[in-house]
Ligand binder design. Structure first.
Ligand SMILES: [Fe+2]
Length: 399
């Protein structure tokens, strides 16, 4: 099959501007190790970007005390909300400049990390945020950036992009450059264990979607295959455990590692229709990203199951641990069954009741446009394919 223009462009882009894995610390105490690295690198006045819940819950007390013990002056910035806007980023830039901070230390979910990435680059590049929006706009290396994610799903700690809402245009603006990657990240289960089970499940399915979309992308490579497959295996083995017992620190750490690998994989190979559709659903109804992905994923796999049969069969063989001689299509079907079983086990609903028939046209148009512009999908959807998926989601709700 001929490559679509975007597949060709992504192949060239990922070769010219490869994403590099940041240094990673993992396990209990890894945030302290991350702080030690920052101090060893010569930085002593970080802007600590986080959210108000984490700060007031006392979960960061140990890290802040540790940084102070190491001689750091810590400036805390906790004015971060879900879907942060240009105004939030501007405030954080101001705080960084006014306090002459020499580094950014981010502890939080996707919103905190996105703000931290853009602040680190905006401070050194002295450009308006509008001028920093888009592809490859970071000319001067950003302030040193260190990240501890507090959810396991977005993979933001290892991706080369950030998303910020522009309240003037009411659109999400993308910032894409390999320089948005942190110097190092910590996968710290102590900071993950308070995440409620339903959020753990949804963001875990986001990580699974990243890995599957990367593995079935037409811009794949031996490295993506290896990391995405490992992420999928770790998620199938450990996501149910962590949803059943949030204090299982080993499972928490392993799911965080899977999310990291999944994030790295999709940053090298792009995503697919699950994200193209779920982004529009979230924009219309504010549906949490992971939840929208989790519900849409089985439907897109159903659409791809013939074209991607070989890839899905490979995953099934890995997960079953068998070398059965069943035909490829049966193995692919079995893999789809596993995804459905996993979703059921961790309490993912089978529909999104908020989706309205009257929005189908707009959601479909925007999803197709996003996929056409950004993703190397294995099989191209038409309008009727997206509408059938949306219909199945809302039909199930009324059934
Ligand atoms: Fe995602």
């Amino acid at each position: 099959m001929l490559s679509t223009p975007i597949t060709y462009a992504l192949r060239v882009f990922t070769r010219l501007y490869p994403t590099q894995k940041p240094l990673v610390f993992s396990g209990v105490g890894s945030t302290q190790k991350l702080a030690n690295l920052m101090v060893a690198a010569g930085q002593s006045k970080p802007l600590l970007i986080t959210d108000n819940f984490l700060l007031t819950s006392g979960m960061l007390d140990e890290t802040i005390a540790h940084l102070k013990d190491k001689g750091c002056e810590v400036i805390v910035f906790d004015d971060i909300v879900p879907n942060p806007t240009f105004q939030h980023v501007e405030k954080a830039i101001k705080a960084t400049k006014q306090n002459s901070c020499d580094s950014i230390f981010a502890i939080g979910g996707g919103s905190v990390i996105d703000v931290a990435k853009v602040v680190a680059a905006a401070v050194t590049n002295d450009k308006s945020l509008h001028k920093l929006t888009g592809l490859l706009k970071v000319k001067t290396p950003p302030l040193p950036l260190y990240i501890t994610p507090t959810t396991s799903g977005t993979g933001s700690e290892v991706t080369n992009a950030a998303v910020i809402s522009d309240t003037e245009t009411h659109k999400k603006k993308f910032f894409v450059d390999s320089q948005y990657l942190p110097i190092a990240a910590a996968l710290d289960p102590e900071l993950l264990k308070s995440l409620p089970a339903h959020i753990t499940a949804a963001v875990g399915m986001d990580a699974l979607t990243h890995a599957i979309e990367a593995f079935t992308s037409k811009v794949n490579s031996a490295e993506v295959d290896r990391d995405a497959a490992l992420a999928i295996k770790l998620l199938f083995d450990h996501l149910p455990k962590v949803c059943a017992d949030g204090n299982d620190l080993h499972a928490r750490e392993t799911v965080a590692q899977a999310s990291f690998l999944a994030g790295y994989s999709f940053s090298k190979s792009s995503l697919g229709y699950v994200h193209a559709i779920s982004h529009q659903i979230s924009a219309h109804y504010n549906t949490p990203h992971g939840l929208a992905n989790a519900v849409i994923l089985p439907r897109v796999l159903e659409f791809n199951k013939v074209t991607s049969a070989k890839r899905l069969a490979k995953l099934e063989l890995m997960l079953s641990g068998k070398q059965e001689s069943k035909d490829i299509q049966t193995l692919a079907e079995n893999f789809l069954g596993r995804v459905n079983d996993l979703a059921k086990t961790i309490g993912i609903p089978s529909s999104l009741p908020e989706i309205k028939q009257s929005d189908f046209k707009k959601i479909t148009k925007d999803a197709l446009a996003e996929a056409r512009a950004s993703y190397a999908v294995p099989k191209v959807m038409r309008r009727k394919d997206v509408e059938a998926i949306l219909n199945s989601v809302s039909n199930e709700q009324t059934a």
